[in-house]
Design a protein around this ligand. Structure first.
Ligand SMILES: [Fe+2]
Length: 270
């Protein structure tokens, strides 16, 4: 705990926000951890689970080795899905209501690859996201941004025989969260990949290039290696952009190896 945190916690709180750390506190901690990482000269490819600037990670990160379940046993009672259960319209998040959602229509496409660059075929890829105003349809999201009656923000698809996936959606907005005072998440889309068995599920977030909130965000910065966290940022791709319809982004997901996409150990709701 930094001195500033202690002062903040000891100060009389007119409301709960006044007890929160400032962005300067968080940015200072991010810079300190980053400098320590550079000095150590190690290569980390995954997010840190115990990362002080991401406040809730201090209390809920695992402190013991994970219990390894027997995959075959779990498969006996886990839900299953087949290729026929995933319909083509589910990959277009803009068409499920009576009207058009508000916002910038985008196409996000890429491939799911293993560590040797081989396509991962017929992979279930699910996404969820905020609307263009940065609001989720979720009872815990009560910040004062409008809900879009024409946008739910969930979709899924299967990769094709060459590992490709494609979603049509609306570019999500940034949104505030309660990690510290005036904390804002960069715009992002949550991704889940199921692997070939339920015990292989992986969850991560895709970001958009050039977001000014990257440097300030302790979830993004919990991946302390700059090259690793850049692998979560999609590329604007004019070949994916569709004439008079949607802008296009390209983002590949690599499941294993040194260029592995950073993944979360458990679902992060922020
Ligand atoms: Fe989110």
């Amino acid at each position: 705990m930094t001195e500033t945190d202690e002062l903040a916690q000891n100060a009389p709180a007119a409301d709960s926000d006044s007890a929160l750390s400032t962005q300067a506190d968080i940015s200072g901690e991010i810079a300190g951890t980053s400098a320590d990482y550079e000095r150590a000269g190690r290569d980390e490819t995954q997010p840190r689970l115990d990362y002080a600037p991401y406040r809730s990670s201090l209390l809920r990160h695992p402190t013991k080795d994970l219990h390894h379940a027997d995959p075959e046993t779990i498969e006996l009672f886990a839900p299953v899905f087949g290729h026929r259960d995933v319909g083509a319209p589910e990959s277009d998040l803009t068409i499920h209501h009576t009207g058009e959602p508000v916002g910038e229509r985008i196409v996000v496409t890429g491939r799911v690859l293993d560590g040797d660059g081989r396509p991962v075929r017929h992979q279930l890829v699910e996404i969820w996201q905020a609307n263009a105003a940065g609001r989720y349809i979720h009872k815990r999201d009560q910040h004062p941004a409008p809900i879009d009656p024409n946008f739910t923000g969930v979709g899924r698809t299967l990769t094709d025989g060459d590992g490709h996936y494609t979603f049509s959606t609306i570019k999500p907005g940034p949104y505030p969260w309660k990690n510290h005072y005036n904390a804002w998440r960069p715009a992002h889309i949550h991704f889940s990949l199921f692997g070939t068995e339920f015990t292989q599920r992986m969850i991560t977030q895709m970001y958009f290039p050039g977001d000014p909130l990257f440097a300030l965000d302790p979830i993004y910065q919990a991946i302390v290696d700059p090259k690793a966290r850049e692998r979560l940022v999609a590329t604007y791709d004019h070949d994916v952009t569709q004439h008079e319809w949607a802008t296009g982004y390209h983002w590949d997901i690599v499941l294993t190896g040194t260029h592995r996409t950073p993944m979360e150990e458990e679902e992060v709701q922020a």
